[in-house]
Ligand binder design. Structure first.
Ligand SMILES: Nc1ncnc2c1ncn2[C@@H]1O[C@H](COP(=O)(O)OP(=O)(O)OP(=O)(O)O)[C@@H](O)[C@H]1O
Length: 327
């Protein structure tokens, strides 16, 4: 079932069209990723959906509510974690959440319970009365997610959830995001430049480019769309005249005793292919696999140098965090 439907969304800044007639939907209970190079229109799209930016045209509905016409009602269902650090370093974790609880008009009698639940859920209870400027980057990110949870949102939006974090803090943040989705069935929408993050978290992704959606699908089908996995086999005899059943894949090259097979899923195909050759008295001496990655998908659809953009953004984000934390 659709949680959010976006139809013909367009956002112009003066003469410039940042988001150009975009239509897609987000399913209930999925983790949906918006990917794309810098300036593709991801944040602008996210801001329009979360009522933080008014569309120039188009419609957005969430659980049947018109987001553009009834932003207050829509906001009650959403939690939003922005890209830049938003927590106040000179307040404690608890105090930061209290501000959010007040902003979201959480009933006075409910506030303490909701704040403590959110802090506990994000693994921050034991540091809740420490000043946030003493938190690590990963803790700060988890606090910001906790802030968004005070609202008990149906949909959680995260703009680049793990940017600037070290690999182990990233994995921790991912673990909490997955738990929210799996334990509460919370719908999660993220924007990211991190292909590993998208691969790890997302059920479906949309790749944006120049304000348009270049492609949208499940990770599995997107990887399949660019050609699937390639299995390379070395045989103990000539590979020139061998064949395999169609359901195991397609032979795309043979060279003396080396065979190249294209298949949807190498992990499940390899044992069957080996059994097939063994059954025909052909010995397989080695197997290597070249799996299609989300990077390959991104490069095909976004046609952009991901590496350089992502490192530039990391530098910007770390600099922002330092300024914000006053170190
Ligand atoms: N308030 C604004 N005024 C003018 N132009 C804007 C404004 N906000 C965004 N833009 C432009 O709209 C385009 C899309 O920006 P947006 O931030 O949505 O891209 P993005 O895909 O989120 O990029 P990034 O990955 O760098 O965050 C960019 O060219 C940006 O410069």
């Amino acid at each position: 079932m659709n949680t959010i439907s976006i139809n013909g969304l367009t956002k112009k800044f003066g003469d410039f069209t940042a988001v150009d007639d975009v239509s897609f939907h987000i399913n209930r209970g999925e983790i949906f990723g918006l990917l794309g190079p810098n300036g593709a229109g991801k944040t602008t799209t996210l801001k329009a959906i979360t009522t933080l930016g008014k569309p120039s045209s188009g419609s957005i509905t969430a659980f049947g509510i018109d987001v553009v016409r009834s932003p207050k009602q829509a906001r009650k269902m959403f939690g939003y974690v922005p890209q830049a650090v938003s927590a106040d370093g000179d307040l404690t974790g608890y105090e930061n959440l209290l501000i959010f609880a007040k902003l979201f008009y959480v009933n006075k009698n409910e506030r303490d319970k909701r704040i403590n639940n959110a802090l506990e859920y994000m693994g921050l209870s034991d540091r809740s009365h420490d000043l946030v400027k003493h938190y690590s980057g990963g803790m700060m990110r988890r606090l910001e997610i906790a802030q968004a949870l005070v609202n008990r949102p149906k949909v959680l939006f995260l703009d680049e959830p793990s940017i600037g974090l070290d690999p182990s803090s990233k994995r921790q943040v991912w673990k909490y995001i997955k738990r929210l989705n799996e334990e509460f069935g919370m719908t999660v929408v993220i924007t990211t430049h991190d292909m590993l993050e998208a691969d790890e978290l997302c059920h479906r992704i949309a790749i944006m480019n120049s304000g348009k959606i270049a492609v949208i699908d499940t990770l599995f089908l997107l990887k399949k769309s660019i050609g699937g996995d390639i299995i390379s086999l070395s045989l103990m005899e000539s590979a020139l005249n061998v064949s395999i059943p169609d359901d195991l894949g397609m032979i795309i090259g043979n060279d003396d005793n080396r065979l190249l097979i294209s298949t949807d899923n190498a992990e499940t195909a390899i044992p069957k292919i080996i059994r097939h050759f063994e059954g025909n008295g052909i010995v397989v001496s080695s197997v290597t696999v070249n799996k299609q990655t989300l990077d390959d998908v991104f490069m095909k659809y976004a046609k952009s140098s991901l590496q350089s953009q992502s490192s530039m953004k990391d530098i910007r984000s770390v600099r922002r965090s330092f300024v914000r934390r006053g170190r």
